[in-house]
Design a protein around this ligand. Structure first.
Ligand code: GLN
Length: 536
């Protein structure tokens, strides 16, 4: 069974979260789900785009650099996603063009319809087969009416025809704005958007209406009539305080029942109680509070560190605490110094990143955390900065740096492995995806994971330079996580500090609201202990 989710009127309505939430309620009815995100841009993947263009790049276990919506999918559901679950126009065209050169279509003229559309449909079938999911949810990026999403919508239309309408559902997410000066809710943008969809040949079965004000039955009746959608399938998607409440919002309006009825399926079970109690209630009514500074360079952008912010919230849930996140631009630390900026903070997190801009600010913030016993969590670039800071200030290697920033630096604390030196192409050539990490007993890392081996996801080129390992250890640095295959440093921590941990991987990609990542959980716990000590 297949569900397609399109968006109308404007972008940023939360289509990814809506899709993840629908998947969640269907999963809670006992069905195995999988999800696909279609991105209509020409990039083959999002790995070569910067966060200002695209927000966070989410990494799957098999090492694909994907759209951040896959992060929502994995956080809300049990689905394990791979490189097949994010389809871009770039991938579709590359594949069709390769087939054309090979002669697969010999004699034919290659066209958007049927060759591109067939390729898109083929991809859906492939996910259906390999995921063995009973229901596949597919989100089409962009807004209906965009030129670039047309081939996807056409493929989706054909798919409904070929599979039979009882096996396919079209859901359209739209905006129903409240116009203050008129004091009225307006349905016209929704009518137009559904009209555009119908011109393409798709009649939506369900409408999700994003709104700031509750929709009266009268408004729903009007939308139903003009959009040709049954009134009970006009679902209100009111703003809520936490995204994790959205599955409940949908379920309370019977969305799961409408979908299953269309498919002729019966729920095998129905269980969102623990989600309500263990996730939503914990977010809404926390007992404690802690404040964490995230010092990065894409701070003004909501989406650049999406998974980090979510993982911090999950760790809050696990510790029954509200985590207030103070987003700080690393360049402001360079200008104003860390003391004032980090005042009243209970923990410092430095996320991943690329390039030299803002690095010195991060290093100063880390030095402050190390010297003032402030809990510190460094992720990827954050861990590399922690190593540079330690080398400069504790080992006295004043010119310590990463070869990413100064290619021929005298003290290359962070540098490229031989295999990365040979890399010429930029796309998909970093150390990507899941790698094993062996944990050293008696360390904070081991305490968090409580097991000798874990798997974490990577996305970086540079590594800790093993030449410096002995010097670091002598001065109290502990290398508590190692990638055994190549003897690479994956986790470092300070012995004589309440909680100072840096990781070369991205733990945030595996955190879930009902199962916080162990390192995030312990980081937040340490920050709360600090607050208790300070009597805050
Ligand atoms: N720029 C660093 C590297 O490539 C860190 C990457 C990251 O933080 N994801 O190694």
């Amino acid at each position: 069974k297949y569900i397609f989710i399109t968006g109308g009127v404007i972008s940023s309505l939360g289509k990814g979260i809506a899709t993840a939430s629908i998947a969640k309620i269907l999963e809670s009815c006992g069905f195995k789900v999988s999800l696909i995100k279609f991105d209509p841009y020409l990039n083959v993947d999002s790995g070569t785009m910067n966060p200002y263009q695209h927000g966070e790049v989410y990494v799957t276990q098999d090492g694909a650099e994907t759209d951040l919506d896959l992060g929502h999918y994995e956080r809300f559901t049990g689905a394990r996603l791979t490189r097949l679950n994010n389809v871009t126009t770039g991938q579709i065209y590359s594949s069709v063009l390769a087939k054309e050169r090979r002669g697969d279509y010999l004699g034919k003229t290659i066209q958007v319809i049927p060759h591109i559309t067939n390729e898109i449909k083929g991809r859906i079938k492939k996910v259906a087969k390999e995921s063995r999911a009973e229901i596949i949810l597919m989100e089409i990026g962009g807004t209906v009416g965009d030129i670039e999403s047309l081939p996807f919508l056409e493929a989706v239309r054909q798919f409904g025809l070929e599979e039979g309408r009882s096996n396919v559902i079209y859901i359209h997410l739209t905006l129903v704005p409240y116009i203050k000066v008129a004091g009225e809710i307006k349905t016209k943008p929704t009518q137009h958007s559904v009209g555009t969809l119908r011109e393409i040949g798709i009649q939506p079965d369900i409408l999700l209406c994003r709104t700031e004000k509750p929709l009266s039955e009268e408004i729903k009746a009007k939308i139903s009539l003009f959009c040709n959608v049954p009134q009970n399938a006009v679902i209100e998607a009111l703003d809520v305080p936490t995204i994790y409440e959205i599955p409940l919002v949908f379920k309370n309006q019977g969305l799961d029942k409408i979908i299953l009825k269309h498919f002729g399926l019966r729920p095998k079970q129905t269980d969102l109680k623990s989600w309500q109690e263990e996730v939503v209630d914990k977010v809404l009514y926390p007992k404690h509070k802690t404040t964490i500074a995230v010092v990065g360079k894409y701070i003004e952008l909501q989406d650049a560190y999406k998974s980090i912010y979510e993982a911090l919230r999950h760790a809050g849930i696990a510790n029954d605490a509200q985590v207030e996140i103070k987003k700080i631009d690393s360049e402001s630390v360079e200008l104003e110094g860390p003391e004032k900026i980090l005042e009243g903070i209970q923990g410092l997190l430095i996320p991943g990143g690329f390039g030299y801009r803002g690095i010195e600010g991060k290093i100063r913030a880390i030095q402050y955390a190390r010297e003032n016993r402030l809990p510190f969590f460094g992720i990827c670039l954050g861990m590399q900065c922690a190593a540079i800071e330690f080398a400069r200030d504790v080992l006295g290697l004043k010119r310590a740096n990463s070869t990413e920033f100064i290619k021929y630096t005298r003290e290359p604390i962070i540098s490229l492995l031989e295999e990365q030196r040979k890399v010429k192409l930029m796309g998909a050539t970093m150390r990507l995806g899941g790698y094993p990490c062996r944990l050293v007993k008696g360390t904070k890392a081991y305490q968090a994971y409580r097991k000798p081996l874990t798997h974490e996801r990577h996305r970086h080129r540079y590594e800790f330079n093993n030449r410096y390992r002995r010097q670091f250890v002598k001065k109290g640095m502990v290398f508590s996580g190692i990638y055994p295959g190549k003897n690479l440093v994956e986790i470092l921590e300070l012995k004589s500090h309440p909680w100072f941990v840096g990781v070369q991987f991205h733990p945030e990609f595996q955190s879930k609201p009902d199962k916080a990542h162990p390192l995030f959980r312990e980081f937040i716990k340490a920050s709360m202990l600090l607050a208790a000590r300070r009597g805050a």
